[in-house]
Design a protein around this ligand. Structure first.
Ligand SMILES: *[C@@H]1O[C@H](CO)[C@@H](O)[C@H](O)[C@H]1NC(C)=O
Ligand SMILES: *[C@@H]1O[C@H](CO)[C@@H](O)[C@H](O)[C@H]1NC(C)=O
Ligand SMILES: *[C@@H]1O[C@H](CO)[C@@H](O)[C@H](O)[C@H]1NC(C)=O
Ligand SMILES: *[C@@H]1O[C@H](CO)[C@@H](O)[C@H](O)[C@H]1NC(C)=O
Ligand SMILES: *[C@@H]1O[C@H](CO)[C@@H](O)[C@H](O)[C@H]1NC(C)=O
Ligand SMILES: *[C@@H]1O[C@H](CO)[C@@H](O)[C@H](O)[C@H]1NC(C)=O
Ligand SMILES: *[C@@H]1O[C@H](CO)[C@@H](O)[C@H](O)[C@H]1NC(C)=O
Ligand SMILES: *[C@@H]1O[C@H](CO)[C@@H](O)[C@H](O)[C@H]1NC(C)=O
Ligand SMILES: *[C@@H]1O[C@H](CO)[C@@H](O)[C@H](O)[C@H]1NC(C)=O
Length: 405
C-alpha cells in the first residue's frame, strides 16, 4: 500500500520532470517574469521609460548576484541616462560630441545597482543588487524597476520601435523571453488616490523558466532518516552528477574547501549543490515531529531569498514550524498537501555558502489526519527546482509496530 503511493508519486515526478521542457510547472502554472516598459514622456529624440520587472513566480526567486536584462535595439538607439540600474558596457559612442550617452551598445546588458547606491540615482523598487523574492514569499520584494532615457529613437507612438530579442540571465539560468507586445497604457494612481495619469505607451515582455533549460541535471537531492532506525538513507549517488578528481573540492577540518578557485562544489556522492534532509524525530498518536535541514555544498554561492516546497500528506496542517516561515499552498492540484517554507529576514533568509554556516534548519510538528500514513515527503523543491528523492525501497524501514509512542 505504502510503496504504491510512493511509486505513483515517483511516476508523477518523472512526468513533472519531462513537462519541465515545455516550461510548464504543475505547482505554478502561471509563473513567469513580466517586464513592462511604460513610456512616461517623449523627448526631442526619443523617450523616457520606467521598466518594471515583476517576478510572478510563486516560489522561484532571483538570487544574488541578481538579474541581467538584455535586448537588441531595433534601430540605432542609444541610452542617454539610467536611474536605478546601469548598462555594463558603454560601447562605441565615438560619433557623439559634447553629451556622451550612457551606452551606445546595440545589445545592451543592464544590471541593477547595489542597495548602498546614492539616493539621487535610485528610483522606487530599484537597487537590490538584482535580487528579487518570489511572489509566494514576499510580493513587495518580487519586483525590480529602473528608468531609462532612450535617444536616436522614435518619439511618437507610431515611429517608436520596440526592442527585440529580450534576454533575462539569472544565476542558474533557464529563462527565455518572448517578443515585446504593445498593451493598453498603464494607468498610475497618485498616492492620495485623487489623480490618475497614464503612460504614453506601454509594452511588455514575458519571460518563462524551464528547469531542463537551466540544467539538464538536477541541482538538489533529499536524504531521509528516522528515530526508529539509526541508518540514514542518503541521496542517490550521482543525483546531480558524479564526482571525479577535478570537479569538486574536498572538505577540510576547518570546514573551508581547499582549491576553491578550481571547483566550487564540495565533494559528495550525490554532487548536488543543495541537500534537504528530512529527519523524523518522533511519532505520537496525533502528531509527527520532523527536523528539516537544508545544506549548501557550493563554496561560491549564497542563496538569497531561498524557498523550499514540500509535499507531504500532513502539511496542510503544520501546527508548529520553528525558525522558517510557513505557508500552505493551494496549487491547482487535487490535493492540498503542499507547503512553502522560506527564511526569516536577516535571520536565515540567506543560505550561506558551503562551510560551517552553510545550512538552515527547522523543526516541524505535523498533525496526522488519521487517513494517510507517510513518514517522508512525496516531493521537495528547492527554489522551484525538483529535488531527487531516494528510491522508495531504500527508505528507512518502518517496523510493523509503526513506532507509535
Ligand atoms: C504571467 O503571469 C501573470 C501573473 O500571474 C499572468 O496573469 C499571465 O497570464 C502570465 N502569462 C503567461 C504567458 O503565463
Ligand atoms: C497613438 O496615439 C494616438 C493618439 O495620439 C492614439 O489614438 C493611438 O491609440 C495610439 N496608439 C498606440 C498604439 O498607443
Ligand atoms: C534575434 O534572435 C534570433 C534568433 O536568435 C536571430 O535570428 C535574429 O537575427 C535576432 N534579431 C536581432 C534583431 O538581433
Ligand atoms: C570530471 O567531471 C567533469 C564534469 O562532471 C568533466 O567535465 C571532467 O572532464 C571530468 N574530469 C575527469 C578527470 O574525469
Ligand atoms: C556570502 O555571504 C557572506 C556574508 O555576507 C560573504 O562574506 C561571502 O563572501 C558571500 N559569498 C559569496 C560566494 O558571495
Ligand atoms: C488543523 O489543525 C487545527 C489545530 O490543531 C485543527 O483544529 C484542525 O481541525 C486541523 N484541520 C485539519 C483539516 O486537519
Ligand atoms: C485548475 O482546476 C480547474 C478545476 O479543477 C480546471 O478546470 C482547470 O483546467 C485547472 N487549471 C490548470 C491550469 O490546471
Ligand atoms: C483542501 O483544503 C480545503 C480547506 O482547508 C478543504 O476544504 C478541502 O477539502 C481540501 N481538499 C483536499 C483534497 O484535501
Ligand atoms: C533500518 O533500515 C535499513 C534500511 O532500510 C534496514 O536494512 C534495517 O533492517 C533497518 N533496521 C531496523 C532495526 O529496523
Amino acid at each position: 500500500m505504502e510503496s504504491n503511493i510512493f511509486w505513483n508519486s515517483y511516476t508523477f515526478m518523472l512526468l513533472v520532470l519531462c513537462s519541465g521542457a515545455a516550461a510548464y510547472d504543475a505547482l505554478d502554472p502561471k509563473g513567469n517574469i513580466t517586464i513592462k516598459w511604460d513610456l512616461i514622456s517623449w523627448t526631442p529624440d526619443g523617450y523616457v521609460a520606467v521598466v518594471t520587472m515583476n517576478n510572478f513566480q510563486m516560489y522561484r526567486p532571483i538570487t544574488s548576484p541578481g538579474w541581467t536584462l538584455g535586448w537588441t535595439w531595433a534601430k540605432n538607439e542609444v541610452i542617454w541616462a539610467m536611474m536605478g540600474a546601469q548598462a555594463t558596457d558603454q560601447g562605441d559612442c565615438s560619433k557623439f560630441r559634447g553629451n556622451i550617452p550612457h551606452s551606445c551598445e546595440k545589445k545592451p546588458a543592464i544590471v541593477d545597482l547595489l542597495p548602498n547606491t546614492p539616493y539621487n540615482q535610485q528610483i522606487a523598487n530599484c537597487c537590490t543588487g538584482g535580487v528579487m523574492a518570489s511572489m509566494g514569499k514576499d510580493p513587495s520584494a518580487a519586483l525590480s524597476a529602473f528608468q531609462i532615457s532612450v535617444g536616436s529613437a522614435g518619439n511618437t507612438n507610431t515611429t517608436v520601435k520596440l526592442p527585440k530579442n529580450f534576454t533575462l540571465v539569472a544565476p542558474g539560468g533557464g529563462y527565455t523571453c518572448g517578443p515585446a507586445k504593445i498593451i493598453r497604457p498603464t494607468r498610475f494612481v497618485t498616492n492620495d488616490g485623487l489623480r490618475v495619469t497614464q503612460a504614453m505607451m506601454t509594452w511588455r515582455v514575458i519571460c518563462s523558466y524551464s528547469q531542463l533549460l537551466a540544467s539538464p541535471k538536477p541541482t538538489c537531492c533529499v536524504s531521509l532518516s528516522s528515530f526508529h532506525n539509526a541508518s540514514i538513507t542518503p541521496c542517490p549517488s550521482c543525483s546531480c552528477g558524479c564526482h571525479n578528481s577535478s570537479n569538486c573540492v574536498r572538505k577540510t577540518p576547518s570546514g573551508k574547501g581547499v582549491n576553491v578557485r578550481k571547483a566550487e562544489l564540495q565533494c559528495t556522492k550525490h554532487m548536488c549543490p543543495i541537500n534537504v534532509h528530512w529527519h523524523v524525530k518522533s511519532n505520537y498518536n496525533k502528531y509527527w515531529s520532523v527536523k528539516m535541514t537544508i545544506t549548501n555544498f557550493n563554496y561560491r554561492f549564497n542563496y538569497t531569498q531561498w524557498t523550499l516546497i514540500v509535499q507531504h500528506p500532513n502539511l496542510n496542517n503544520a501546527t508548529q514550524v520553528s525558525s522558517f516561515s510557513y505557508k500552505p499552498l493551494m496549487p491547482n492540484l487535487s490535493t492540498n498537501d503542499t507547503a512553502l517554507f522560506y527564511g526569516r529576514k536577516s535571520y536565515n533568509d540567506v543560505l550561506m555558502q558551503a562551510g560551517p554556516k552553510g545550512n538552515v534548519h527547522s523543526d516541524l510538528t505535523l498533525e496526522k489526519d488519521g487517513k494517510t500514513i507517510a513518514l517522508f515527503p512525496r516531493r521537495v523543491y528547492f527554489n522551484g527546482n525538483l529535488c531527487v528523492m531516494p528510491s522508495p525501497d531504500s527508505y528507512p524501514f518502518l517496523p510493523s509496530s509503526a513506532g507509535t509512542r
